[in-house]
Design a protein around this ligand. Structure first.
Ligand SMILES: Cc1cc2nc3c(=O)[nH]c(=O)nc-3n(C[C@H](O)[C@H](O)[C@H](O)COP(=O)(O)OP(=O)(O)OC[C@H]3O[C@@H](n4cnc5c(N)ncnc54)[C@H](O)[C@@H]3O)c2cc1C
Length: 402
């Protein structure tokens, strides 16, 4: 039996790798002329430029994969432990004492005691849940910037059930390391190593080939693309599945990597998130050169712009994007410095919007063996969770067809 996988992004490549672990060969079909999908690492005269993810959360699956690929973890820097949220100024903890006390009590009820009242109701948005559970301050100053920084969504629409479930459900096995990890050469190195490993073990990747769905399939077929590309592929052969997938809203996003002359005013840490109320142009910024060693000789920052609340940002020209960043940066670090060099990646359709409407739609989305779906729209956005789904999906395919 040979499995066909459509899409050589993180989902497709890690599934192929997990199928090989189960002794099952595959062929991977990719429409672009390179592997990685959203993920790539580009060179710049001042350092490394990531186009999407810059790291993944470590766990046992991630550690095993890095070991199999003969990949090390990049050295993590101690400054990365400091994370900031902007509330009048960059702060490590934006909540007042009384809200902090109430939040810890209510979160204990929800996450440790599992009280039903503290848990979100089906169809409840993140804004409704966080305000009901604690108060508006908890929602505005902590929950909203933290989730907008990850999901780029609108907290009035983001599904509390989907997001909290994804944190607690199907957790990958714990490993020896905690926190974010990446290869020394950036995330592109991981994708290239995965592709090389698969080719070497007899699972070829066919690039520059847009897959079209045949009328009839006998061998397992996994569509490991975005929801909107999967809808397109399945439109004729599987119209009911395609109609559900079409309900997935996509979010536009910019990742602008900027290199600056280092100064004493530079904030050291993992990065800083911006609450909507503070009216920044960006959703947040990552201080790339403070997270992993040898990312840049100078100050490197990744500014994330766009998302559900600012989709028109994608139409801004490069100089307009840089103006917006310089203005935001002046508020965070008090410096009006302009970047030495920069590279801007625009994703018109970057991420699925995890709305309450999508929570509804997901209930109707089921695998119909030998056809399977895989990707970041099925409940888990982060890479380590996608890898974990690759592990369970490979086992399911083996059980059904092995
Ligand atoms: C700016 C940004 C920052 C992020 N940061 C992080 C982070 O730090 N940590 C983290 O864990 N996650 C992060 N993410 C999320 C993570 O990068 C994505 O969830 C993940 O890369 C999605 O992988 P995928 O394989 O599901 O989809 P994709 O990467 O979209 O891959 C799908 C592939 O399918 C191919 N394809 C589509 N249609 C066809 C067809 N008809 N035939 C053949 N091939 C086809 C596409 O060309 C593509 O290569 C970030 C995302 C963005 C946009």
């Amino acid at each position: 039996m040979k499995v066909t996988i459509v899409g050589a992004g993180f989902a497709g490549l890690t599934l192929a790798y997990q199928l090989l672990e189960q002794g099952i060969e595959c062929e991977i079909i990719e429409k672009q002329n390179k592997v990685g999908g959203l993920i790539d690492t580009l060179p710049d005269e001042n350092g490394m430029v990531e186009t999407a993810a810059n790291a993944l959360m470590s766990d046992r699956n991630v550690e095993n994969m890095f070991a199999d690929l003969n990949l090390n973890f990049a050295e993590r820097l101690p400054a990365a432990k400091k994370r900031y949220i902007f509330w009048e100024k960059p702060t490590r903890w934006p909540l007042t004492w009384s809200t902090s006390f109430k939040a810890s009590k209510e979160l204990f009820k929800a996450f440790v005691r599992g009280d039903e009242e503290a848990w979100p109701e089906s169809g409840e948005s993140i804004e409704e849940w966080a305000t009901r559970l604690v108060n508006e301050e908890f929602c505005e100053r902590l929950v909203s910037p933290a989730l907008q920084g990850i999901y780029a969504g609108d907290i009035r629409k983001l599904s509390a059930t989907l997001i909290l479930k994804s944190m607690l459900k199907d957790r990958p096995p714990k490993g020896d390391f905690k926190g974010s990890v990446a290869p020394p050469g950036g995330m592109g190195e991981l994708m290239d190593k995965l592709a090389g490993y698969l080719e070497q073990k007899g699972s070829p990747i066919q690039l520059k080939t847009a897959f079209t769905m045949p009328d009839y399939i006998t061998n397992p077929l996994v569509i490991a693309t975005s929801a909107w590309n999967a809808a397109e592929i399945l439109k004729t052969a599987k119209p009911l599945i395609a109609q559900v997938l079409e309900r997935c809203e996509s979010l536009p996003l910019i990742r602008a990597v900027c290199f600056f002359q280092p100064t004493d005013d530079d904030l050291e840490g993992f990065g800083c998130l911006f609450p909507t109320k503070e009216k920044f142009n960006s959703l947040g910024v990552l201080f790339d050169n403070c997270v992993f060693a040898e990312r840049s000789q100078v100050r490197a920052e990744s500014w994330i712009i766009g998302g559900a609340l600012n989709p028109s940002a994608l139409t801004a020209s490069d100089p307009e994007v840089i103006e917006a960043i310089v203005a935001d940066r002046a508020r965070v670090m008090g410096s009006h410095a302009r970047p030495l060099t920069y590279q801007i990646t625009r994703w018109q359709r970057a991420l699925p919007h995890y709305t309450c409407a999508w929570e509804d739609a997901l209930r109707d989305l089921k695998n119909e063996p030998p056809l399977y779906l895989h990707g970041n729209y099925l409940g888990q956005l982060g890479l380590s969770r996608i890898l974990n789904r690759s592990v369970t999906l490979a086992a399911e395919i083996k059980a059904n067809h092995g």
